[in-house]
Design a protein around this ligand. Structure first.
Ligand code: G3H
Ligand code: 13P
Ligand code: ZN
Length: 305
């Protein structure tokens, strides 16, 4: 049985820390992030994107997450990330996710409200929480593509939450998905975040929050990756966002970088070794290490009980 995402976030809101959301695509990632959470006694949200579901299948990822929650003595929630296809969102609600995100942020405001409302009504009947998004987060992934950042308007945010009854809100304050977040100096719109926080009571979510750790980038490049120009969100900006009311923070890119760097290193150092366990085991370990860094930064270590 999964933990309630909403309860994890409400507790974090009271305790002024953020719950880590980690995107999962396979067993090594699930084990890496849940081992990190167990080691540091942190709650954790496992999240599947539509892209990950296309890759692995909802049943497989659901089962992996369920097994992790059974064998790991910490609160684990399962969340649908960036649900854009209503059929996929409905399927996640039916199968028993703890929460779903309906991402209609690319639609005009009124359509976003109507689409979000429809999903909220459906999900609440099953006691499942809903994350919605207002404004647009930049960057591009497999199925999550956004042209440019449109900051969340604090006034509209209040109306949006009241009319949709969504349980938590993803805000656009200058972060973007992927490893190339800033061409120049990294900076977030903390002023907008504080204004939203004053008008909206629900937990706030920060997407596109990866740090793109220098050490991991250097390691990946040492073994052949080409990552010129990558740039993530500095730790100080994340701390400030938490202080300004963010209680769920999404990380995918940092796990991808760790996976990539470790696999490259293993293949390079042991070119005659064809055992997948020797190739993917180090990736799982490096993912755990990166996830532990995120958990420490978010202040969620020791908050598992
Ligand atoms: O927010 C986007 C996540 O990083 C998911 O990316 O659609 O490539 O799985 P994806
Ligand atoms: P990153 O690409 O910064 O890891 O963001 C992930 C995300 O927002 C998933 O929803
Ligand atoms: Zn996202």
């Amino acid at each position: 049985m999964f933990h309630s995402t909403l309860k994890l976030l409400q507790k974090a809101q009271r305790g002024r820390y953020a719950v880590p959301h980690f995107n999962i695509n396979n067993m090594e990632i699930v084990q890496g992030v849940t081992r990190a959470a167990a080691t540091l006694r942190s709650p954790v949200i496992l999240a599947t994107s539509e892209g990950s579901l296309q890759y692995a299948g909802m049943n497989y990822l659901y089962s992996l997450a369920q097994t992790a929650s059974e064998v790991t003595p910490i609160p684990i929630a399962l969340h649908l990330d960036h649900g854009q296809n209503e059929e996929v969102v409905r399927k996640a609600i039916l199968i028993g996710y703890s929460s779903v995100m309906i991402d209609a942020s690319h639609e005009p405001f009124e359509r976003n409200v109507q689409k979000t409302k429809r999903i909220v009504q459906l999900a609440h009947r099953k006691d499942i929480a809903v994350e919605a998004e207002l404004g647009t987060i930049g960057g591009a992934e497999d199925t999550v593509r956004e042209r440019k950042i449109q900051y969340t308007d604090p006034n509209t945010a209040q109306e949006f939450v009241e009319r949709t009854d969504c349980d938590f809100l993803a805000v656009a304050i200058g972060t973007s998905h992927g490893a190339y977040k800033f061409a120049g100096k990294p900076s977030l719109q903390h002023n907008i975040l504080s204004q939203i926080r004053r008008r909206v009571q629900v937990p706030l979510v920060l997407h596109g929050a990866s740090a793109v750790p220098r050490k991991i980038v250097v390691l990946a490049e040492k073994y052949g990756a080409s990552l010129q120009g990558v740039r993530g969100i500095p730790d100080a900006q994340i701390k400030k966002a938490i202080a300004n009311g963010v209680t769920k923070i999404n990380t995918d890119t940092d796990l991808r970088l760790a996976f990539d760097a470790a696999v490259r290193k293993a293949l390079n150092n042991s070119p005659r070794d064809v055992d997948p366990r020797h190739i993917l085991g180090p990736a799982r370990d490096l993912i755990q290490h990166v996830a532990e860094q995120r958990i420490r930064l978010f202040g969620s270590a020791g908050k598992a009980s």
